[in-house]
Design a protein around this ligand. Structure first.
Ligand SMILES: O=C(O)CCC(=O)C(=O)O
Length: 303
């Protein structure tokens, strides 16, 4: 039974692969996030160099600022996340993209192809792809040639992406149900006839299945693209951006946040009570309910 998703949202999530939530963030939250981005940008410039017009991305962004951390268990988003993927989850990745307008003389590559001069100049304009589909990740066989459901992301929009060609995220509705072979055959080509360029205002959020084919268009606007993706997957998979989060971060976190950060509440051996002969990862079948407080939380919401 859904905690928060409406029947229409459930249908969109299943059939199109995504749910659009306009005006999701309050203005005060947005202001805080925008000033966090400025702060982090200045730190990145100090450490890594780069001029005011250089793009950058940050992984494990949640560790860079409390405002980003607060998105992982956002009280309005968490119920939708649990409806989408369940309670046995943790963060897989949190990534921030900061993409100033293209220099006038930079020629954008074709949308979805991912090999233009913009890509070469560091704009991370990946071509069409479902996540987890690269050679190292999941190009193994699956019974019907499709990616299994393994994770979701929430895409948060902080800058104005309501005009075309502002560095918009493109999605191919329903493509999570298509065999990977169709996507492989499409590489190098860019058929946009069935694709959707998301044109969203600051404060919007999109909850999406990362198996949905996606790509990013060029930023030909006069505004910097500022967005973040918060990825959630099952606790028995391995996160992409961290092995373990910093102990100081974990110790100051609420029980649910600890779970999302990939930590165990129990101080017992993570391999269970007989680690030598019967090692049993507590990220698989969890013995201690305190390791997964999101379960009791979800059950309480359903009542
Ligand atoms: O920057 C974006 O919005 C999307 C990035 C992307 O394609 C990915 O992380 O897989």
């Amino acid at each position: 039974m859904a905690i928060a998703m409406t029947p229409q949202q459930e249908k969109d999530f299943d059939e199109k692969g995504y749910i659009i939530l306009e005006d999701f963030l309050e203005q005060a939250e947005l202001d805080r996030l925008l000033s966090a981005i400025d702060e982090v940008r200045d730190r990145v410039r100090q450490v890594e160099g780069g001029g005011p017009n250089d793009p950058f991305t940050i992984r494990n962004a949640l560790a860079q600022h409390e405002a980003f951390l607060d998105l992982i268990d956002h009280p309005k988003m968490l119920p939708l996340v649990v409806d989408a993927i369940g309670w046995n989850i943790q963060i897989r990745t949190t990534h921030l993209d900061y993409r100033p307008p293209y220099p006038k003389d930079l020629k954008p590559g074709a949308i979805g192809v991912g090999d233009g001069d913009d890509q070469k100049a560091g704009y991370n304009n990946l071509g069409w792809h479902p996540d987890l589909s690269g050679k190292e990740l999941f190009e193994g066989p699956s019974l019907d040639g499709r990616l299994p459901f393994m994770e979701i992301k929430v895409f948060y929009v902080f800058s104005d992406l309501s005009e075309s060609n502002s560095g918009n995220l493109w999605l191919m509705p329903g493509s999570h149900m298509r065999p990977l072979q169709e996507w492989r055959e499409m590489r190098g080509k860019s058929d946009l006839s069935e694709a959707v360029e998301l044109r969203l205002k600051p404060g919007a959020a999109v909850l999406w299945r990362t198996a949905t084919w996606h790509c990013v268009g060029p930023n030909l606007s006069d505004k910097t693209r500022k967005i973040m993706h918060v990825g959630y997957h099952y606790r028995w998979l391995r996160p992409a951006d961290f092995i373990e989060q910093a102990p100081e971060l974990i110790s100051k976190s609420s029980p649910i946040r600890k779970q999302l950060l990939g930590a165990l509440a129990s101080k017992d051996n993570p391999l269970g009570t007989s680690p030598e002969f019967q090692p049993h990862s507590q990220y698989w079948i969890t013995k201690n309910p305190d390791d997964v407080p999101l379960r009791a939380w979800a059950e309480a919401q359903e009542k």
